[in-house]
Design a protein around this ligand. Sequence first.
Ligand SMILES: Nc1ncnc2c1ncn2[C@@H]1O[C@H](COP(=O)(O)OP(=O)(O)OP(=O)(O)O)[C@@H](O)[C@H]1O
Length: 398
Amino acid sequence: MSVEKSTPDNGISGVEIVLDHVSKTYPGQSEPAVADVSLTIPAGEFVVFVGPSGSGKTTTMRMINRLIEPTSGTITIGGRDALSIDPNKLRQSIGYAIQQGGLFPHMTVAQNIAVVPKLLKWDRKRIADRVEELLDTVGLDSAEFADRFPRQLSGGQQQRVGVARALAADPPVLLMDEPFGAVDPITRGLLQDELMQIQAEVRKTIVFVTHDFSEAVKLGDKIAVLGQRSSVLQYDSPEAILANPADETVAGFIGQGASLQQLNLLKVRDIDLEQRPTAHENDSVAEFAARIGNDWGIILDARDRPVRWTDRKHLAGVSSLRGIGLPVGELVSTSSTLQDALEAILAERNASAVVTAARGRYHGVVTIETLIETIRSLREQHEDDPAIFEPDPSESPT
Ligand SMILES: Nc1ncnc2c1ncn2[C@@H]1O[C@H](COP(=O)(O)OP(=O)(O)OP(=O)(O)O)[C@@H](O)[C@H]1O
């Protein structure tokens, strides 16, 4: 591989990217689209470029894999000058995912994922194993999806395949340009959760472009708020930007909903989960009813994934747990935000959302009571802290 990985013993497989006084003027244009950007993206971090349309986010990102050549300045990736690396080799070591997956329509899912491994001349067995592994990683059943064509997939499934393809050759760097921009909000939330779970395992260096600030808050270790010509208005953790926007422009961009964003900052894994009795579909009805008592229980499938909610009334007079109770609605994962959890809870009859861990396995339950308690303590924590979640009062007109 042309871009060296850092030593894997710290769990990080990504490499540092440094943009140093990078500018781009498109041919025939008098003004630069990107002017003098300097930014260091640390190895293994998830950095989100956020900014208004036309601010040059895509141009900046595409200079990293040289889909666009900078007019001036240098970009180093893993300590090597990107301009000194053959562009094709460079792109093989940088995964790239775009809106709607960017899949080749005439290739099957498996062939799409295999593009870079094939270029790297992996043998057939290794490619087949990798395709199967990646489909599992992004939550698609290989037997069902490997031989489908992109047009036979939903938008969300296409995005999943797009992520799998970007990860295929295990590159140290992933570039993602509004990869979830074209899917509905619920699917987008799930795809974001999955990407965060994947990143927790692979620790790539990810550069992710969006114009949705709450997506940036949810995903980013760091956010670069970009203004015109990609000027870096603020580059910091989501917490720091929400607490102290650098100027009026950033504050305006965070928007009216800033105080609600605090729910986007806490993850389900940060709060104590409750447990509910669980059983598999083949287990004894009587025994499960006894364990449930007056509460709710959760029925799991053979792979421990939650399928249905049930209470004692549902179990009266039935001989099997199969198909009993109500389907569990929207699931949340440990890396979901409390905002996602709240939305899922509001959609559930019993004011709770089921939390899953890796591979969709049951992990616990988050209830509305837990959430209300958490919000209350967050408020108390920040009561005496006027800078938090508000623009700097010294700059406000009153
Ligand atoms: N190939 C091109 N030739 C000329 N100008 C271009 C070209 N590509 C982009 N631009 C211009 O460069 C500027 C930055 O575009 P870019 O796509 O990088 O912005 P962006 O922040 O990603 O926008 P969006 O969020 O709308 O995708 C825009 O003014 C755009 O019109």
